[in-house]
Structure formats: C-alpha cells, structure tokens
Design a protein around this ligand. Structure first.
Ligand SMILES: [Zn+2]
Length: 300
C-alpha cells in the first residue's frame, strides 16, 4: 500500500508533466472507486490549467487555475501512468508490492483497470494522457473548491506532516501520553501523524529500538525522541530512493520505473536481524489485523 514516500514520489513524477498543462477532457470509465467519483469532474476540469501539484499525508492535490482542486488517494493498488504517446508509457511510483509484470501482459492489465483517463495538452503543445489505474479500487477521488481542500472530510483531521517541524517531541509526547493503544497503531493513526502506514511504522520502530507492542503512554521521552528522529530519517531516505527511481526511469527509454525498497524489518519474517551485533531472527505478529515485523532482541 502506498505510504507517504510513494505518494511523494508520484507527486514528483507527475509534476513536470502536469504543471502548466491544460486538461482537454476527463473520461470516467466507471462511476466509482472506493466511493463515487464526482460525475461533474469532466465538466469542471475541462480547459483548466494545472497550477500546482502537492501532497498532504497520503493525498495527492492537483490545484487548477479555475479554483478547483482534485484530490486523489491511491488506496492499496492505485497507480498513475502518463502515456506520452502510443509507444512509451511512464508508470509513476510503482510500489513495493507490485512484482514486475510481464511487459506483454502489462498493457492488457492497464486497460482493464484504467478507471479514469485525464487528457491534457502540455506546455509544449503535446497531447498526453494521465491514467488512474487501480486493480482493487480502494482509491478515491474528489474535486473540491481549492479554498475548501484542507477542511475536506478526508483531510481535516489529519495530524501534522512527519517531515515538518510541527512533528516535534513536544507534540508527540502530548499525543502519546493520552493514548492507551500501542505505539504501532499510534504511528499508523493519520490523526496523530499523516502519511505513515504499516510498512514504514515497522521500519521506524525497528530503527528506534522500540517494540511495536509497547503501549503509547509507557514510552519514555528519550524513546519518543528517537521515534521522531527515525521517522524523519526513514521517510527522507525512502523519498530519496523514490526520486532516484524516477531518474532511473527517465534514463531507460520506455521501461517501467519500479520503486523497490529494501526494508530493514518489513516482510523479513525469520530472516536475520540487520543489526550486526544481533543474531536474532525477525518475528511477525498480527496487530489489529495487520502484520508487524520486529526483533525482540533489539526492540523493547
Ligand atoms: Zn535484532
């Protein structure tokens, strides 16, 4: 499932193509994803120019010059593909869970799950398509007045951006002392901090040497401080990796850019702990229906 670094990578990937471009048409191949798609989207986006592409938590925000903003959530399997012409397609931010697919079958898969197609003309006058493809359809889209974006029901309760100075010791200490749940679910709660999901929560806790089973209100100040520092490190490193995957992609003509992360604990059950001083194996447990990966020697 795409988390903050993947969504950021998608934003960085579509920005050069989209900013300054004009939407010519929007084709809705179905009426809903996770929720209904705004049926007036084609009418409201037609002939408007893209002013800005940004991110809030796991949401992509595409701001138009006609004071509308398109909000996109990639859900579990949402992908954005920019087709420059009939021969080359650019798959922006393909995620960890997407194993490499046979290029011969790829086109077919994309066609089947291409739910929304945005036709636009870029600043060089070239027509392109931005395709929203989503096999499991847990993604979502809405089109709102730009001034109302932050008060939209999907965004208004989001906690601070983890990479902002707002995500500080003072802030997190205050939020965690009131929490009776585990630190793993606190990190994954979008109201505590925006953009972190199951994968990066496991990674951050391993780096912080804090067990995912610890209750939030039992954490010491020094541990909360480590969690803040490692949250920023882990996410920044993943964003760098995502950014270079885009660069690699541009260098390979027509290939698919895969954002392949090498995780420290995530999905490494029964493999050796990556701490050189530790000879333990990584464990997997289920917490609130989701897998947590951790080392019970390094994390307390
Ligand atoms: Zn270990």
């Amino acid at each position: 499932m795409p988390e903050l670094p993947e969504v950021e990578t998608v934003c960085q990937g579509i920005k050069p193509a989209l900013v300054g471009s004009k939407f010519l048409d929007v084709i809705l191949n179905r009426s809903n994803l996770r929720w209904p798609l705004p049926s007036d989207m084609p009418k409201r986006l037609k002939f408007s120019l893209v002013k800005k592409v940004s991110r809030r938590g796991k949401y992509i925000l595409i701001e138009m010059d006609n004071l509308n903003t398109l909000i996109i959530h990639l859900g579990m399997t949402g992908r954005i593909i920019i087709i420059k012409d009939e021969l080359s397609q650019e798959d922006v931010g393909a995620f960890y869970h997407n194993t490499a697919r046979n290029s011969k079958t790829l086109t077919k898969v994309w066609e089947k799950h291409d739910h929304v197609v945005f036709k636009f003309v870029n600043m060089k006058g070239k027509e392109q398509n931005l395709i929203y493809n989503d096999t499991r359809r847990f993604g979502a889209m809405d089109l709102v007045k730009s001034e109302a974006v932050l008060s939209h029901k999907w965004l208004r309760n989001l906690g601070p951006e983890p990479l902002s100075s707002e995500f500080s010791l003072k802030y997190l200490e205050k939020r965690l002392t009131r929490k009776k749940n585990t630190i793993k679910s606190a990190l994954m709660s979008q109201e505590v901090v925006a953009g972190i999901g199951n994968i990066y929560a496991s990674e951050i806790l391993w780096k912080s040497r804090v067990s995912p089973l610890r209750l939030s209100d039992t954490l010491r100040r020094i541990e909360i401080n480590r969690i803040i520092k490692e949250t920023k490190n882990v996410l920044n490193n993943a964003i760098l990796k995502g950014g270079s995957s885009l660069k690699d992609f541009r260098n390979t003509s027509g290939g698919i850019g895969y954002f392949q992360m090498h995780f420290s604990v995530y999905d490494r059950e029964k493999e050796s702990c990556k701490n050189k001083k530790c000879s333990n194996k990584i464990q997997r447990i289920i917490q609130s229906g989701r897998s947590s990966f951790f080392c019970n020697n390094c994390q307390h």
